[in-house]
Design a protein around this ligand. Structure first.
Ligand SMILES: [Zn+2]
Length: 378
């Protein structure tokens, strides 16, 4: 049986799987994979559907990972087509998930069907697909990876089909990602009358000093593979409704995207020291809550990385950069059990109105994935 990437991409987009809803997307994918001989295991946690599908039993196991959930469409009236009734216009497929990332899943499945038809191979091909990537991502890949690890399922290499290219297909492979930590800081002083500042202690003064200090810390200058770590203050709030009152507390939120010169633990230590010393001097107290969405990581390029880089160059005539830029992805979980690399479509329109992918890129990506399989199992 042969599977066409455009047809499957359209069918997947027709399922309105707005995170964390599945809307039948995983079942549709499983049905297609079964027709190719895959054994499909549904691994569901709470309301989240996940799929681990495998063709063959022997080693090596080449895995493709991705997600079928999508972000909400925004105002449907702003779209030129219904985001869940995909349409081709000017040689572009438009719909929610067109490049993040239902289409790249479709390209991989089409590549497998082509590869399988041509020859027998030694090893196995698997797909790790989650319905929980765009949301809080607790019951998705994170838990499936734990499950696979416990069952001693070996994955020798994992290709993640996220849209990695900024503007043109072939520009960028991701071999790692920066870490991300968010801090929610409260500084607590003493409330009072603005006319009697000596009887109060304004926490905003300490907060201003703290924010200036943490913004000015030079975390690093970047590395060969990573850009410099960066802190951004994302929220400052003093919930005060009276102009004659010195507030009792002040809040701020910041986020750091950091490279592998730091860990969330080393950053917390550094920041806490600043909060401690400034609040002490100002006779205030502080409270900090951290959320770590991932540590920085890098998969050192190996021969599979370079093989994939060469194939992309051959097909797109662009030599892809090995990069670690951008946000986090499920690679942060998968790298714990397998070397990873990310390569998919173009990210320019992802999460936007009229998300789209060109038909020629769809063909090229299927071609790239097909060539990767042929070379990997050579
Ligand atoms: Zn995505």
């Amino acid at each position: 049986m042969s599977i066409n990437e455009l047809k499957l991409a359209k069918e997947l987009i027709r399922k309105p799987s707005i995170t964390p809803k599945d809307a039948g997307a995983i079942n549709l994918l499983a049905k297609n994979l079964k027709s190719l001989g895959f054994k499909c295991q549904k691994i569901n946690y709470k309301n989240i559907k996940n799929l681990y599908a495998k063709l063959g039993k022997s080693s090596p196991n080449f895995c493709f990972a991705g997600h079928t959930d999508v972000v909400p469409p925004g105002n449907i009236n702003d779209w030129s087509v219904n985001p869940f009734k995909p349409n081709v216009k000017n040689k572009k497929l438009i719909g929610r998930g067109a490049n993040d990332m239902k289409s790249s899943i479709a390209c991989f499945v089409a590549a497998v069907s082509r590869f399988k038809k041509k020859k027998k191979f030694k090893g196995s091909i698997s797909l790790l697909i989650t319905g929980d990537e765009e949301g809080i991502a607790i019951n998705g890949t994170k838990r499936v990876v734990k499950y696979l690890k416990k069952r001693r399922e070996k994955i020798n290499f994992c290709l993640i089909g996220e849209p990695t290219n900024p503007n043109k297909l072939g520009e960028m492979i991701k071999i790692g990602r920066r870490g991300s930590i968010t801090g929610r800081l409260s500084v607590i002083g003493t409330q009072g009358h603005v006319a009697y500042p000596l009887r109060a202690n304004n926490p905003s003064s300490a907060m201003i000093k703290i924010l200036k200090k943490i913004k000015e810390i030079k975390l690093d200058r970047g590395t060969k593979n990573f850009q410099p770590s960066n802190l951004e203050i994302t929220k400052i709030n003093i919930d005060n409704h009276a102009d004659n009152v010195i507030p009792g507390s002040a809040e701020a939120v910041f986020n750091i995207r950091f490279n592998n010169k730091h860990s969330s633990t080393s950053l917390k230590k550094k920041l806490n020291a600043v909060f401690n010393s400034i609040t002490k001097k100002s006779k205030c107290k502080f409270n900090i809550k951290y959320e770590v969405s991932g540590e920085a990581f890098l998969t050192k390029p190996n021969k599979t990385t370079y093989m994939i880089q060469n194939i992309i160059k051959k097909i797109t005539r662009i030599k892809p950069k090995l990069s670690t830029t951008g946000g986090t992805s499920d690679a942060r979980f998968i790298r714990k059990i397998a070397p990873c690399l990310e390569f998919g479509l173009i990210g320019k329109t992802m999460h936007k109105i009229d998300e789209s992918v060109s038909l020629s890129d769809l063909k090229k990506l299927t071609n790239i994935y097909h060539n990767i399989l042929e070379n990997y199992f050579k």
